[in-house]
Design a protein around this ligand. Sequence first.
Ligand code: PLP
Ligand code: COI
Length: 358
Amino acid sequence: MGIAWSRTVLADERRLSAAELARRVAAPGFGEVTTEHVVSCRWSAEREWHDAEVLPYQPVPMDPAMAGLHYGQVVFEGLKAYRQPDGAVAAFRAVEHAERFRRSAARLAMPEPPVELFLESLAELVAADRRWVPADDSQSLYLRPVLYGTDASLALRPAAGYRLLVLALVVENFFGTDAPPVSVWAGSRYARASVGGTGEAKCAGNYAGAFAAQVEAAEHGCRQVVWLDAAEHRWVEEMGAMNIFFCYGDRLVTPPLSGTLLPGITRASVLALAADLGLTVEERRVSLADWRADATSGAMTEAFACGTAAVVTPIGRVVERDGGFAVGTGPVAGRLLAALTDVQRGRVEDVRGWRYRL
Ligand code: PLP
Ligand code: COI
């Protein structure tokens, strides 16, 4: 599409010193440490995508009547870039993230950012902040594109103007350095998504609507909410920020993409890698009652969460309103974690073209 970029990149003397940068990324957690630049691009019906800029990280202007703020017309993506053994930087499955971003935007009646614009935005941001891409295996650069309606109008209709921002953050394990296996909360009476709703879109409102259950989870000593289907409150769908897999020995089971859960790119990657490892895979519904019975009998050997943030994280315990049960841990989650991170970090050949060089 050949969009023109304007670049306002910090001069060397205005950048953080190497010592200050090292201090900031020493224990970054997940979500706190942004880099020194941000990408911004605008959309309007007359001009389509325009004003593509790389800027020093800074606040963005907002009208108090901004549509995205009032009516939640906001979608985002989350993907990671990794330092490769030869020093290059590669984002994991960037094209698939771009395509999901477009589907999320379409669901919220927003303009769909072209894949090329998405990819160029990542490349521009990483070029400006390349020194922030961690070399350490426990960290990565989390890239966060977000698109929102900017109209200064409370009229209840899709906005006529939008802004795309792309941020980069240095992150470490989502659950902290010593967390896994995690406990999960399956006792919530809330529902995340129903048929025909926005469950398969990565829209901001899905997360806001999940926070009350996340607070309950924390009160029960859990790190994630297990979401059950809204209609019967019976079938396991996914978790707050990750998909779920069950292992029966060498057989992997994951809930099918029903339209109410996020089609995770890590989920799709695990399905592909599992076949390489000689595991069989099955997409079928599992009820919470099956999970309890099969984990207790030992037929189900492991369960794990997967997502960009969580990578592959074993689940150790399920907490319910009246009790709960333990879930076995075993080698499968670890084997898949190793296979996945080997591709992401460039330690094995990229046979499926999953690494996108930035
Ligand atoms: N489910 C939800 C609700 C999520 O927020 C995420 C994270 O993006 C996932 C699943 C996993 O998706 P992915 O593997 O594409 O990061
Ligand atoms: C991701 O893995 O990108 C997520 O969705 C987690 C994020 C919402 C913190």
